[in-house]
Design a protein around this ligand. Structure first.
Ligand SMILES: Nc1ncnc2c1ncn2[C@@H]1O[C@H](COP(=O)(O)OP(=O)(O)OP(=O)(O)O)[C@@H](O)[C@H]1O
Length: 209
């Protein structure tokens, strides 16, 4: 099976020695992988390289077999929008938009606005009653679940989540991860998420930084 995401021998430095070197990974459709490492080990940096948000130094990244090195920013941005859903440590919801409008936001960019689909995703994430709430009226876990719905709205091939549970307590974190895995499977997306919390990894394939 062709990998959705492949990285070969990635190395990165902010100028004072290597943050990491020789990092390789491969993710096929339907697979999940965890990046595990303590604070400062380079998880965000690695995920940004994989997402094409940071320029590669050493090594190569392939999205469904296509090398991303050297692609113009505009091309990369358009491909990223259709190829991957991103969830960040801080949810980055638009504060002035409701939960439903936040989920629909990538749909406006891609020209695919489907309220029923967005409402269905919110309902699957236990937020059916919260669709018209602004983010400020949601709990941390609820906001992260809206961010997960938004990342899945365009049915990406890959769901990439950078410490999506860092601001949540263990119970909320486990629930968000469970839902993320379940929904990624349902839409056929591969899942890659980072965490510093060994207890959340629970038997998933893990790459340690
Ligand atoms: N733009 C930058 N310029 C210089 N150093 C940076 C920059 N961004 C991050 N770093 C440093 O690189 C190291 C790794 O940072 P990174 O955010 O990738 O780690 P992390 O594992 O995601 O950490 P955390 O779990 O705390 O979010 C840290 O020491 C950080 O201070």
């Amino acid at each position: 099976m062709n990998p959705v995401l492949e990285a070969i021998d990635l190395g990165f430095s902010y100028g004072n020695g290597y943050l990491f070197r020789g990092v390789s990974l491969r993710l096929c459709p339907g697979e999940a992988l965890t990046i595990l490492g303590p604070s400062g080990s380079g998880k965000t940096t690695l995920l940004h390289l994989l997402a094409g948000l940071l320029s590669l130094q050493e090594g190569e990244v392939y999205w469904e077999g296509t090398p991303i090195r050297g692609l113009p920013e505009g091309v990369l941005a358009r491909r990223r929008l259709r190829f991957m859903g991103l969830v960040f440590q801080h949810h980055f919801l638009f504060p002035e938009l409701t939960a439903l409008e936040n989920v629909l936001a990538p749909g406006y960019l891609a020209g695919r606005v489907d309220r029923a689909l967005a409402l269905g995703l919110l309902a699957r994430l236990g937020l059916g009653e919260r669709a018209d709430f602004l983010p400020q009226r949601l709990s941390g876990g609820e906001r992260q679940r809206v961010a997960v719905a938004r990342a899945l709205y365009l049915r990406p091939r890959l769901l990439l989540a950078d410490e999506p549970t860092a601001s949540l307590d263990r119970t909320q974190a486990k629930e968000v991860l469970r839902l993320m895995r379940e929904l990624a499977r349902e839409v056929g997306a591969a899942l890659l998420f980072s965490t510093h919390d060994e207890a959340l990894v629970e038997g998933l394939p893990t790459l340690r930084l």
